[in-house]
Design a protein around this ligand. Structure first.
Ligand SMILES: [Zn+2]
Length: 114
């Protein structure tokens, strides 16, 4: 499966696809953004297909964009999550990381691929 592995958001952001992603308490996550490292992680084990996976990748990149632009602070966690989820739901079907100059693509094997 072809997935975005880097996206240019002023500077390059690395996108990784580990088997699982967990929070500080060990709870499983769909994905997370590590702002200081300009890194997004999307869990392989929490997605059922390409559409789902691309939507989560976009979701995490939107979190990073709000953080890098300084809007996370005044939005607060709850409002940011609502805004990111709304944008993800409307933008993912349109964007879905089609081939373009700001995205670098790579091949990743997923558990649900035969
Ligand atoms: Zn989120």
């Amino acid at each position: 499966m072809r997935v975005p592995i880097k996206i240019k958001l002023l500077r390059w952001v690395k996108i990784a696809y580990p088997d699982a992603v967990i929070d500080e308490q060990g709870a499983p996550l769909y994905g997370r953004t590590i702002v200081g490292n300009r890194r997004v992680e999307v869990a392989k084990d929490r997605h059922s297909g390409a559409e789902d996976l691309h939507a989560t990748t976009l979701h995490e990149v939107l979190h990073l964009a709000l953080s890098v632009s300084g809007h996370s602070e005044w939005l607060g966690e709850e409002r940011e999550e609502a805004l990111v989820t709304a944008l993800e739901n409307y933008l993912a079907p349109v964007l879905c990381f089609r081939e373009n100059s700001v995205v670098s693509w790579g091949e990743v094997d997923f558990p649900w691929e035969e």
